[in-house]
Design a binder for this molecule. Structure first.
Ligand SMILES: Nc1ncnc2c1ncn2[C@@H]1O[C@H](COP(=O)(O)OP(=O)(O)OP(=O)(O)O)[C@@H](O)[C@H]1O
Ligand SMILES: [Mg+2]
Length: 424
């Protein structure tokens, strides 16, 4: 089988590494990929939003399966374009990817089908939003409706802050058209857990849980980033929590989408908050998380391609999804200054230290080859260093040990990834 992966981050490297283990696969392409993905796949210089080029490439090269890793092309309808040419593709169609693409849609869906989530109101114009704020309780949460690179959520402690937030989202269009609508929702407190799942339109099978670290600095300080590290499983995702979510959240979401005429095939990422009143949905994403994929996929026992094909064909109920009874921790090596401004183009040393080391992974995010053929830094998040261990503590120690194997100028990381484990 020939497989094409669309995307260029650590998530896509983790997907490619899992796909490469499948005995069914003879060749992997990645559009556009990065230097690390290029070691196991052929990278093609096509951007993830160049739908016509991706479709033409898949046709010309007789690609048997295209896996779309990123949110933007899914929300934009890449799966529909591929399917229109009779190409097999994994991910939700445009009418289902709206589950992530519109927060107002997802909130209305949860309300209509009784899926636990924070209380909220949707707004189409800033005047009504500002009026609503006058009688609201603080802190309060403002969310741009559309995709905003993980930056469209503002937690506001005062009326003034919230008014400013409404203006920046809806009037000044800080996040572009993502701010044409807005959700204002109740502030919740509790631990956050992520649960990824495979969905075939009607059946859902959840993967092992994970927990990520969004803030740039130790102690959850600093700006929000794409994610500075993650661990799996989450010790806070207990059997009781799982039972509750299986009963009231997971299948209910899949059934709701089907009932709306938007059957969902692909990955649903449930962002959950474990509140005093029980687990509630913070958000849905319609794809693997990054870096969550980097700790979840290495622990999966199944052939990823087999599971993906079962989702496409609507026979996920026949798959016995299994995860290793161990743990994994991923520490992101970033460029100093991320997520604001940073330099790139520095050679990365020590990458071959990972060769042949069972249970250690170096997933590339922002890397490229320079004209000398060296692998250099090429983004804010550069590498995802993942290690497994029998326990979370062991995995964390292993991951931090492995972060020392690689070096580059401007190397930056958090030192407290997985610290929450100690409180469990
Ligand atoms: N109602 C809420 N109460 C408290 N905190 C919240 C609430 N909604 C969101 N948050 C916080 O804001 C973060 C981002 O929110 P959300 O997941 O909806 O945004 P996103 O931009 O889609 O994130 P991602 O990039 O992970 O997809 C959450 O992980 C959580 O920490
Ligand atoms: Mg999201």
């Amino acid at each position: 089988m020939k497989v094409l992966i669309v995307g260029s981050g650590g998530r896509e490297h983790a997907i490619a590494a899992s796909v490469a283990k499948s005995p069914k696969v003879t060749k992997i392409y990645c559009a556009p990929g990065n230097a690390g993905i290029g070691q196991i796949a052929e990278c093609v210089p096509i951007g993830a939003m160049e739908f016509d080029k991706i479709t033409a490439f898949a046709k010309e090269n007789a690609i048997d399966l295209t896996i779309v890793g990123m949110d933007d092309p899914l929300v934009g309808g890449l799966i529909d374009c591929l399917e229109a040419e009779d190409l097999r593709a994994f991910g939700p169609r445009k009418n289902a990817a709206i589950l992530e693409g519109s927060k107002a849609f997802s909130k209305d869906l949860m309300k209509k089908y009784g899926i636990p989530t924070a209380a909220y109101e949707n707004f189409d114009n800033p005047e009504e939003a500002l009026k609503y704020l006058e009688t609201a309780k603080f802190p309060i949460v403002l969310k741009a409706d559309g995709l905003a690179l993980g930056k469209g959520v503002l937690i506001c402690n005062t009326l003034e802050e919230a008014q400013e937030g409404v203006r920046s989202i809806m009037t000044d269009k800080k996040f572009g058209t993502a701010g044409n609508r807005m959700v204002i929702e109740e502030f919740m407190t509790g631990r956050e857990v992520s649960v990824l799942s495979f969905v075939d339109g009607k059946t859902i099978q959840t993967m092992t849980s994970a927990q990520d670290h969004k803030r740039a600095q130790d102690g959850d300080q600093g700006l929000n980033t794409g994610g500075m590290g993650t661990f799996s499983p989450s010790p806070f995702y207990t059997k009781e929590v799982d039972e509750f979510c299986q009963k009231y959240i997971y299948q209910a979401t899949v059934d709701a989408m089907a009932a709306e005429g938007r059957p969902f095939k692909g990955i649903i990422f449930f962002g959950l908050m474990l509140t005093e009143d029980g687990p509630k949905v913070l958000e849905y994403n319609a794809r693997f998380g990054d870096p969550e994929a980097q700790v979840v996929l290495p622990r999966m026992k199944n052939d990823l391609v087999e599971v993906v094909e079962a989702c496409i064909d609507g026979r996920l109920d026949q798959i016995d999804l299994q995860f290793e009874d161990n743990a994994a921790v991923c520490v992101v090596l970033a460029s100093e200054g991320y997520p604001v401004s940073y330099q790139k183009g520095f050679p990365i040393k020590g990458l071959d230290s990972f060769d042949g080391k069972e249970g250690y992974y170096c997933f590339h995010a922002g890397t490229a080859l320079n004209e000398k053929g060296e692998i250099v830094t090429n983004g804010g998040r550069v590498l995802g260093i993942t290690a497994k261990g029998a326990t979370l503590k062991e995995a964390r120690a292993n991951a931090y040990k492995a972060t020392e194997w690689v070096s580059f100028e401007n190397k930056y990381m958090r030192h407290d990834i997985g610290k929450a484990i100690d409180e469990a």
